[in-house]
Design a protein around this ligand. Structure first.
Ligand SMILES: NC(=O)c1ccc[n+]([C@@H]2O[C@H](COP(=O)([O-])OP(=O)(O)OC[C@H]3O[C@@H](n4cnc5c(N)ncnc54)[C@H](O)[C@@H]3O)[C@@H](O)[C@H]2O)c1
Ligand SMILES: O=C(O)CC[C@@H](O)C(=O)O
Length: 527
């Protein structure tokens, strides 16, 4: 049973993708409520309340996937998840419209002092002069961060006849033209904008982007809006700038500490605030809950997730195309791993032929994870495979070439160990399935699945008979057998498959035969 912990307030209507799945158990409780069963959960669904720290991950030993019902993953220790092979997914576009609408509501409220006026009237006041505002028409809105929310905001600004000036280092001239916005540096934006709103993630570059020094570069009487993450506008600097009159007002949906405790900004009339409500609409919450629940279901079904933070995205159509090689490289990794039982220095792969016209890094990650699976007792998968190898100073090489060795496509995988080097060539043939067609330059052709016996021997009459007799005496039935050699009378190999696992004593008995130089049992997963 795959156990999912829904730890934060995630809309139950959004959990419909789990309905009818008898293999998935969904538990809606906080981390505290299930503190003694944390090790049992395979998936964790959160919003921003649950802090997914390294310490929590230590206790969730079965965790395979964390889904954030929203955009920002700053409440999740993503590097620690990556190290542990835990996939982190989010719901990047489910709350875009709601957050853009909320931001625009904040801009309009600031311009017309609506929250302050509302409060005064409710208190019996009627101060029309005090709350006179400013028109948005003809004013410049500076948008820092022109991603999903920033881009949506431009449409709302245009409807109010505002000019938009954008700053985003990743915004192309073509996209800016499409969005009908002027662009320039952050300083240019500060110099021309009457209202400035930030829509970036909180990173080391964006933390304190608006600080004592940079705020001084803004127009006098500017309005600042933050509906992204607390800290992008430095809270102390903002307080001082409002007190001095440099900033006319600010709207904050987010704070460095949430909820804000003893925050002086809350004492200022020029500040309007909401309690991190950007994404809090029924539509956004339904969208994000559905998106992340679908991701978890895909994960359970072995379909690649679409919005992973620590894995490359693979569209379903591409995955269907690469799937045969995805599984093949894992199998080849496992095959080689069972041969080379010593320290590894290098794993390299060459992709040959026309199948590989896409980013093959996911295949390389699958290969490396296939190599380590079963070899080490930590969870090595596509999320952490390259990091795991790097931490152990194992060089990973990847090349694309035209050479497919007579097939339409093939992969060549080489492992360099402390004392041994081994190379396998494999392909996938439609309707025949996967084939290993060369091992260390021995030509061979077999289906890499199940219980396999690899034997290396000298090519001379009678050796095959010796092997057959020994196996017969042990009552082991050979399912298939392939032989390969480089030249007559030289070294040769046999690859035999069996319907059942080859017992250890059978392997040691064969290994004691002077005719056989290598005897290796190999277990591979079924296709
Ligand atoms: N208040 C809320 O409830 C709420 C809801 C949703 C999202 N958010 C926040 O809003 C942020 C933006 O969301 P989004 O969906 O638009 O994300 P996005 O990834 O689509 O856009 C972020 C943009 O920021 C840009 N950027 C990154 N660093 C920058 C820098 N130093 N200077 C300028 N631009 C920079 C990126 O190029 C990108 O275009 C999220 O990171 C999240 O933290 C808040
Ligand atoms: O869960 C929420 O309501 C906040 C979501 C928001 O901050 C986000 O990053 O998507």
């Amino acid at each position: 049973m795959f156990k999912v912990l829904v730890a934060d307030a995630i809309k139950p209507d959004g959990l419909t993708p789990f309905i009818g799945r008898e293999d998935i158990l969904v538990v809606q409780k906080t981390v505290e409520e299930v503190r003694n069963e944390l090790h049992e959960f395979d998936a964790l669904l959160v919003r921003s309340a649950t802090k997914v720290t390294d310490a929590l991950l230590d206790r969730m030993t079965s965790l395979k996937i964390i889904a954030r019902a929203g955009v920002g993953v700053d409440n999740i220790d993503v590097p620690s998840c990556t190290k542990r092979g835990i996939i982190v997914v989010n719901a990047p576009d489910g709350n875009t419209i709601s957050t853009a609408e909320h931001t625009f509501a904040m801009i309009a409220s600031l311009a017309r002092n609506i929250p302050q006026a509302h409060q005064t009237v409710k208190g019996g006041g009627w101060e029309r002069n005090r709350f006179a505002g400013t028109e948005l028409k003809g004013k410049t809105l500076g948008i820092v961060g022109m991603g999903r929310i920033g881009s949506e905001l431009t449409k709302r600004a245009r409807a109010f006849q505002m000019d938009v000036f954008a700053f985003d280092p990743f915004l192309t001239a073509e996209r800016a033209k499409e969005l009908q916005v002027s662009t320039g540096s952050l300083e240019d934006l500060m110099a021309v904008s009457d209202f400035i709103t930030v829509h970036t993630p909180l990173t080391k570059d964006t933390k304190g982007l608006f600080n004592r020094e940079t705020i001084q570069k803004c127009k006098d009487g500017v309005y600042l809006i933050n509906c992204a993450r607390g800290g992008i506008i430095d809270e102390e600097a903002l307080y001082e700038a409002i007190e001095s009159g440099k900033v006319a007002g600010a709207a904050l949906d987010v704070f460095v500490e949430e909820p804000p405790v003893d925050n002086r900004l809350l004492n200022l009339n020029q500040i309007i605030v909401t309690p991190h409500l950007g994404a809090s609409t029924k539509e956004a919450q339904l969208n994000v809950a559905k998106q992340v629940a679908k991701e978890v279901v895909s994960f359970v079904d072995g379909i690649p997730v679409s919005n992973s933070i620590n894995l490359p995205a693979i569209p379903a159509e591409l995955f269907n195309r690469i799937q045969p090689y995805y599984q093949l490289v894992k199998t080849v990794g496992s095959f080689l791993s069972q041969f080379i039982q010593e320290g590894i220095k290098e794993i390299s792969v060459k992709y040959g032929g026309d199948t590989f016209d896409y980013d093959t890094s996911i295949l390389t990650k699958a290969l490396v994870s296939g190599f380590f699976k079963g070899r080490v007792d930590v969870n090595v998968n596509e999320v952490n495979a390259l990091l795991y190898a790097k931490e152990r100073s194992i060089t990973i090489g990847e090349k694309i070439s035209n050479e497919a060795h007579g097939y339409s496509s093939s992969v060549t995988v080489k492992i360099v160990g402390e004392t041994k080097t081994m190379e396998v060539k494999a392909t996938y043939i439609k309707e025949y399935g996967p084939r290993i067609f060369a091992i260390n330059d021995f030509k061979i052709d077999f289906y890499p699945e199940g219980h396999i016996l690899y034997i290396q021997h000298h090519d001379r009459p009678g050796v095959i008979g010796v092997v057959g007799k020994k196996l017969g005496d042990m009552n082991l039935n050979i399912a298939t057998m392939q032989v390969g050699r480089k030249e007559a009378g030289g070294e040769a190999i046999m690859v035999l498959t069996f319907d059942e696992e080859i017992p250890e004593d059978a392997l040691s008995d064969l290994a004691s035969s002077p005719d056989l130089s290598i005897v290796q049992g190999i277990e591979l997963p079924a296709y």
